[in-house]
Ligand binder design. Structure first.
Ligand code: PLP
Length: 429
C-alpha cells in the first residue's frame, strides 16, 4: 500500500513549495490520509483511525457512504453541470426538501458552494430586505473567510484582514465558563443576551440589518448558550426590527440531536445558512429565508456551481440517508451518553475545566490552575489520540478545547473507545 503514496514528508514539502502558507495542518507528526469508510479513516500505511471530527462536522453520514457515493456517481455520469440559466430538476427538488426540513417559515433557498458564500449571501439579503447595512455579531463566532464574513467573525485568529468592514458591532457570547460579567446561570439573568440591546443603543446607528450567530459556536470552542438565551435575543431583535440569521453551517443536519441546533432553543430565524454536512463532503452552501424576506431579492443573482446537479443529488441523497438511518435520533441518544462520560472524566482529571455541547457537538476545555488555557496539553492529547487511532479536533480562541464532532453513525462502543484513550492520556499529562 505504502509504495503508491508519496507520504507526509513529501506532501509537506509540496505544500511549502506550491501552496499559500495560510493553510495549516494538525499534528507534529501528521499522517497522509488516503481512504475513508464509515466512521473510519485510513492512512498511507494502512493504519485505521476512528474519526471523531468528521472533517469539521461535514461527514455526518460517514465517509464514502455507499448510497450517497452511488448517487453522486450516477449524476456525474448523467449530467454534471449546466448552471442555473438552464432548467434542471435536482436543484428545485433540493430547495423543496430544504423547505420541508428547516424550522419555522423558512422556505426559499439560494445555492452556492461554501459556508462563507452562504453567510455573505444571507447578509446581502438582510440588507436588501431591511434597507439597513449594519450588523451585530457575537464574540468568538466564525462566519467565513471573505471580506465581509471575516469581518463578522469574532475570533482574531481568523481575522487576517487588517482593514475589516465597518458597521459591525460585537456582543459578548454566552460563554458561561468564563462569563464576561462573572455571573452564574441562571442568576446572571442572561446579562449577555440583554447586552445586545445595549449594543444596538450604543454602538450602532439603530439601523441594523441583522444579528448573525451560530446556535453553538464551533470554532469559538463549542460555546453552548443556555436554552433560554435565543428567546431573549429574539425578543430584543423583534422589538428593533432586526433580522435573525442563524449560521447552522457547523451545527446543522442532525448534529445536536435535532435537525437544526436552533430547534433546541425554540426560536425561528428569518434566514438560515447551511453548508458542510448537507452534502456529506461535496462542496455545497445555501441560505434559506422566509418568503417575504426572500422575495425582495429580485435583481439577478447567480452562482456558477451553486446547486449544480451533482451537489444537489449528493445533498438529496444525504438527506435521505439522515432520515432512513435515523441519524438525528442516534445523535440524540449517543450524544448525552458521551457527555456523561466526559463529565466523569472531568471529575477525575482537573485539567478538564468544562464540558459542554449538545448531541454529538461536544467540547472539553483544558485548563491549568486558575483556568489558564492548557494549550500545549491540548496538542499533546490530539497527538496521543492520533497515535492511538482516534482523531478529534481542537478549537476555542486559545485553541485549548477538545472538539468531538463525529459522524452521526457512531455507537456507544465507539464512545467507550475514545473515552478510554482520553482517560489514559489525561492521566499521563
Ligand atoms: C459556523 C461556520 N460558518 C461558516 C464557515 C465557513 O464555511 P466554509 O469553510 O465552507 O466557507 C464555517 C467553517 O468552518 C463555520 O464553522
Amino acid at each position: 500500500m505504502q509504495d503508491k503514496f508519496i507520504g507526509p514528508d513529501k506532501i509537506i514539502e509540496k505544500k511549502q513549495e506550491y501552496m499559500i502558507p495560510c493553510v495549516y495542518h494538525f499534528y507534529q507528526e501528521p499522517m497522509q490520509i488516503v481512504k475513508g469508510e464509515g466512521k473510519y479513516l485510513f492512512d498511507h500505511t494502512g493504519k485505521q483511525y476512528l474519526d471523531f471530527f468528521a472533517g469539521v462536522s461535514v461527514v455526518g453520514a460517514g465517509h464514502c457512504h455507499p448510497e450517497i457515493t452511488e448517487e453522486v456517481c450516477r449524476q456525474v455520469k448523467t449530467l454534471q453541470h449546466t448552471t442555473t440559466i438552464y432548467l434542471t430538476q435536482p436543484i428545485v427538488d433540493l430547495a423543496e426538501k430544504l423547505a420541508q426540513v428547516t424550522p419555522g417559515k423558512l422556505k426559499k433557498s439560494f445555492f452556492c458552494s461554501s459556508g462563507t458564500e452562504a453567510n455573505e449571501g444571507a447578509a446581502l439579503l438582510a440588507k436588501l430586505y431591511t434597507g439597513n447595512s449594519e450588523f451585530i455579531s457575537l464574540r468568538s463566532g466564525l462566519h467565513g473567510r471573505t471580506y465581509l464574513t471575516m469581518s463578522l467573525t469574532g475570533l482574531s485568529f481568523w481575522r487576517t484582514d487588517p482593514n475589516p468592514v465597518g458597521g459591525i458591532s460585537f456582543a459578548p457570547n454566552a460563554y458561561c465558563y468564563r462569563c464576561p460579567y462573572e455571573g452564574t446561570y441562571p442568576d446572571c439573568d442572561l446579562a449577555c443576551a440583554k447586552e445586545i440591546e445595549k449594543v444596538i443603543q450604543t454602538s450602532t446607528s439603530g439601523n441594523v440589518a441583522a444579528f448573525i450567530a451560530e446556535p453553538i459556536q464551533g470554532n469559538g470552542g463549542v460555546i453552548t448558550p443556555p436554552l433560554d438565551y435565543f428567546k431573549v435575543v429574539k425578543e430584543i431583535l423583534d422589538r428593533h426590527e432586526i433580522l435573525l440569521i442563524v449560521d447552522e453551517i457547523q451545527t446543522g443536519f442532525g448534529r445536536t440531536g435535532k435537525m437544526f441546533a436552533i430547534e433546541n432553543y425554540g426560536v425561528d430565524p428569518q434566514i438560515m445558512t447551511v453548508a458542510k454536512a448537507l452534502a456529506n463532503g461535496t462542496p455545497v452552501g445555501a441560505f434559506i429565508a422566509e418568503s417575504d424576506v426572500a422575495d425582495c431579492y429580485t435583481r439577478p443573482g447567480a452562482s456558477t456551481l451553486g446547486g449544480n446537479p451533482v451537489t444537489a443529488a449528493a445533498s438529496l441523497a444525504t438527506l435521505e440517508v439522515i432520515e432512513k438511518e435515523k441519524l438525528v435520533k442516534n445523535a440524540a441518544e449517543v450524544g448525552p451518553y458521551f457527555k456523561e462520560k466526559l463529565l466523569e472524566l472531568k471529575d477525575k482529571h482537573p485539567i478538564i475545566g468544562d464540558v459542554r455541547g449538545i448531541g454529538l457537538m461536544l467540547g472539553a476545555e483544558l485548563v491549568r490552575e486558575g483556568k489558564e488555557p492548557a494549550v500545549e496539553e491540548t496538542d499533546k492529547v490530539l497527538e496521543y489520540l492520533k497515535n492511538a487511532g482516534v482523531i478529534i479536533g481542537k478549537n476555542g480562541p486559545s485553541r485549548n478545547v477538545l472538539a468531538f464532532q463525529p459522524p452521526l453513525i457512531i455507537s456507544k462502543n465507539d464512545v467507550d473507545q475514545v473515552v478510554k484513550e482520553l482517560d489514559r492520556v489525561l492521566a499521563e499529562l
